[in-house]
Design a binder for this molecule. Structure first.
Ligand SMILES: Nc1nc2c(c(=O)[nH]1)N[C@H]1C(S)=C(S)[C@@H](COP(=O)(O)OP(=O)(O)OC[C@H]3O[C@@H](n4cnc5c(=O)[nH]c(N)nc54)[C@H](O)[C@@H]3O)O[C@H]1N2
Ligand SMILES: Nc1nc2c(c(=O)[nH]1)N[C@H]1C(S)=C(S)[C@@H](COP(=O)(O)OP(=O)(O)OC[C@H]3O[C@@H](n4cnc5c(=O)[nH]c(N)nc54)[C@H](O)[C@@H]3O)O[C@H]1N2
Ligand code: SF4
Ligand SMILES: [Mo]
Length: 732
């Protein structure tokens, strides 16, 4: 039989006999080393979900002689309907970059020197074990990601917590989605973004808060543009962003006054009687207390605090009151704040009290960032136990132990520390070993001066990345070379809870292994428990994830396998056994929320004090965020494409308004120094009318930005407050 016709178990690894490291040397192909993509006809086209943002567009990858040579946007997929943004079109290019990590690297003095895999695996295990013997199990921690498939996240979380005995592991989803998670859990009883992308097309009024989808989610924005109802599109953002320009209304809110705005709007609606009493009484709890609370937010005071006019506020309230289908959408302008959870809930409260929930074109909808941030929220074994379970719940621990065949006492009984707390433990000398996977905190973490000093505190830093050149890999003691998107298989969960399959369409370069095989090899080197024996390929892990989800709000036991996911055009959770997936499914159509009493909660608090106000020494408020649709985060991938590089600026640019530039004597394109209480960076001034006087904007795509930001977190979500601190601007 031709190998192409066999079931896809190309690297099928039964129980590895003897030391795995020898096996890796003798039979490298078993680990996918140098392997051509499997299951594929040599000149076929296969579907894969894009590996950048959480929109989850489907891409048709075209193969020649078994390897991807090009791609195009899939026309039939219910997400992107034949569209893709520049990053999607260029998704293959970063795979061929010259700075790919092709061998494990070990620090020898100032240099990182190539070593063979067996030595790398042994070094990983020996060094981390020694640290744990000397300083206790909790002295090793990991930082993971929203950018690898669910299957790999689950293996990482299971290996680290159930086998290595690590207690603390978190991921970059903390930088991104933690606030939405905390808000939904408190309000709905489970982390459950309720919408489908069809809601973009079915709404009469769309309110985007702290979200710039024209840049950050261009294909979602295309869905908004397809809305045939001539909707009102409201953008609440201090900057006149690309999205604000394309909207029907822009409310240039004073930064960090969102909570007051939405309490004020709730107050007006209650005064006018624009409340869906029937919905509130049947499906919620705590409305009366909320109504009493928002009386403290009269119109004039709200206008004063937010910098908006009373007329603007009244007109927006009228829109919310009269709109038949109103939807609220938020992203990082809400999540990345010291009071983000309450701001997110102020939007949830508005949707609940007006009954805009569970119906077409409605909802309080958090838009997700990374391709698989949603997967990490369910399956990374960090903030919650695999499958959205609770580490503190004995029944949950029992269920997971049974399902995976892990000894019960190997499952931690406490929640992990959050990212910022893990770093504080490093600072305090209690965490000595750190393993960083598919994230680049040496650029993206807040307050870089403080982060970079941690290196001296760590005895051993392992970085697992596609590239050896990232800021964090360059700090490492050991670099493990990883295959990237396009070079491996698995599933991602997009922003509307849709699970899609990614396919291997390229060989990984040199000795780079998929994270799946790295975790498997590490697990087998650590001890001979055979934790992952039942998992010979990612699809085996997927079958376990299904079992783990059984009975949860995110139950996916009705999905058969990858082929089922592909044939259906992706499947949204929930999809319990016995149900046939529909193309679109929105949550809460029956008004039943996930708290024990089935009711959603109104959650609220008075606004907190701003952690750092502007003053005479630092008179500007710094906003940060996405700069262009062609730049991805720390640019380890997007900067590898000539096309993408041409579509965005090459250096850090500071956006400043004409009035402030004139006052400081700054010319367009002039180099300036931006300084905060914590650090400084150089930038090129761009003089634009889109930022308000007293405010400036820096994109996050260059490392300088986070030398300015301040490590402050929201108390409920512990998400860092990236969107604001005080700075001063000086001519060079
Ligand atoms: N091209 C591209 N696309 C991406 C990404 C990328 O790096 N590049 N990253 C992905 C990821 S992981 C994420 S999380 C998303 C992020 O997507 P978005 O959140 O849409 O993008 P940001 O630019 O970070 O922030 C959105 C807006 O918040 C505003 N803002 C700042 N402070 C406040 C405030 O106090 N109140 C309000 N109302 N607004 C405020 C900013 O001015 C900014 O325009 O994008 C995803 N998509
Ligand atoms: N000032 C400021 N800072 C911010 C933000 C902001 O708005 N303002 N936004 C924050 C947000 S929302 C986010 S999500 C973070 C993002 O921050 P990061 O997660 O640090 O950003 P990325 O550049 O996406 O880093 C991903 C890393 O994983 C590697 N990688 C990619 N695919 C794979 C793979 O399959 N396997 C392995 N092992 N490695 C892989 C890439 O090469 C890259 O080094 O930044 C945060 N930082
Ligand atoms: S919108 Fe997001 S998922 Fe779609 S092609 Fe662009 S980066 Fe990929
Ligand atoms: Mo993000």
């Amino acid at each position: 039989m031709s190998p192409l016709n066999t079931k896809d178990r190309p690297y099928s690894i039964r129980r590895w006999q003897g030391p795995l490291t020898d096996e890796l040397v003798r039979r490298p192909a078993q680990f996918g080393l140098g392997q051509l993509p499997s299951r594929l006809q040599p000149d076929a086209t296969v579907k894969s979900v894009c590996g950048f943002c959480a929109t989850g567009c489907s891409l048709n990858v075209h193969l020649h002689q078994g390897e991807a040579i090009n791609l195009s946007a899939s026309p039939q997929y219910p997400v992107n309907l034949g569209m893709a943004c520049p990053k999607g079109w260029e998704a293959l290019t970063p795979l061929s970059a010259p700075d790919r990590a092709t061998m494990p690297l070990l620090r020898q003095g100032a240099d990182l020197k190539p070593i063979e895999w067996p030595e790398a695996l042994r070094t990983f295990c020996d060094r981390f074990k020694r640290i744990q013997e000397q300083h206790g199990k909790a002295s090793v921690a990991f930082l993971s990601t929203g950018q690898i498939p669910c299957e790999e996240m689950a293996m990482l979380g299971a290996f680290a917590k159930f086998q290595m005995g690590v207690l603390h592991g978190d991921g970059n989803t903390r930088q991104c989605m933690a606030t939405a998670v905390a808000a939904y859990k408190q309000s709905f009883g489970f982390d459950a973004p309720p919408y489908s992308y069809a809601d973009f097309e079915q709404s009469d009024v769309l309110v985007f808060v702290g979200a710039n989808p024209c840049i950050a989610h261009p294909i979602m924005w295309q869905r908004v543009m397809r809305n045939p109802r001539q909707p009102e599109i409201v953008v609440v953002d201090p900057r006149k962003t690309e999205t604000a320009m394309a909207a029907t209304r822009h409310l240039a809110i004073r930064p960090k006054s969102d909570l007051v705005l939405f309490y004020g709007l709730a107050h007006l609606l209650i005064e006018w009687g624009a409340v869906d009493r029937a919905f509130v009484e049947a499906h919620t709890q705590g409305f009366d207390a909320f109504a009493a609370f928002v009386r403290q937010y009269p119109l004039a005071a709200v206008a004063e605090c937010t910098g908006l006019t009373e007329a603007q506020l009244l007109s927006l309230a009228e829109l919310l009151a009269s709109g038949k289908r109103v939807s609220f959408w938020w992203t990082m302008g809400v999540n990345q704040s010291y009071e983000g959870t309450r701001v997110a809930q102020s939007l949830i409260n508005l949707a609940l009290m007006t009954g805009n929930m569970g119906k077409p074109g409605t909802g309080a909808n958090s838009i997700t960032g990374q391709c698989n941030a949603m997967g990490s929220r369910l399956f990374s074994n960090t903030t919650n136990l695999l499958g959205g379970h609770d580490f503190k719940d004995a029944d949950h621990r029992f269920k997971i132990a049974e399902t995976l065949g892990v000894e019960l006492d190997r499952i931690p009984t406490e929640n992990s520390l959050a990212y910022d707390q893990i770093l504080e433990e490093v600072e305090a000398g209690r965490i000595k070993g750190l393993w960083v996977i598919a994230t680049n905190p040496g650029h993206s973490w807040i307050e870089q001066g403080r982060f970079r000093r941690l290196r001296e505190q760590l005895d051993f830093l392992v970085v697992q990345d596609m590239y050896h050149s990232t800021e964090t890999a360059q700090m490492a003691d050991l670099v493990l070379p990883a295959a990237g998107w396009g070079e491996k298989e698995g599933t991602f969960i997009n922003s509307e809870r849709r699970i899609g399959v990614i396919r291997k369409t390229r060989r990984a370069p040199g000795q780079a292994l998929s994270d799946f095989y790295i975790f498997k090899a590490l697990s087998d080197t650590w001890d001979d428990r055979g934790l992952f024996d039942q998992w010979t390929c990612p699809e085996d892990v997927f079958q376990s994830l299904k079992a783990l989800s059984r009975g949860q709000p995110c139950d996916i036991t009705g999905i058969r396998d990858y082929a089922h996911l592909e044939a259906a055009g992706g499947i949204q959770w929930p999809c319990p056994e016995g149900t046939e997936p529909e193309t679109e499914r929105r949550l809460f159509a029956d008004g039943a929320f996930f708290h024990a009493d089935g009711r959603a909660r109104f959650c609220f608090d008075p606004p907190a004090a701003i952690p750092e106000e502007t003053d005479a020494a630092f008179p500007f408020w710094l906003l940060t965020g996405r700069g262009s649709s062609a730049q991805w985060h720390t640019q380890t991938r997007s900067a590898k494409s000539d096309v993408l590089r041409k579509l965005g600026p090459r250096e850090l640019c500071l956006e400043i308004c004409p009035e402030d530039a004139a006052r400081l004597g700054i010319q367009p394109q002039e180099r300036v120094c931006v300084r905060s209480r914590r650090g400084e960076t150089l930038a090129t001034a761009i003089v634009v009318p889109t930022v308000q006087p007293g405010q400036v904007f820096l994109p996050m795509h260059f490392a300088g930005t986070n030398f300015l930001t301040q490590q402050v977190v929201d108390p409920h979500s512990r998400q860092p407050s990236y969107k604001g601190c005080a700075v001063t601007i000086e001519k060079r």
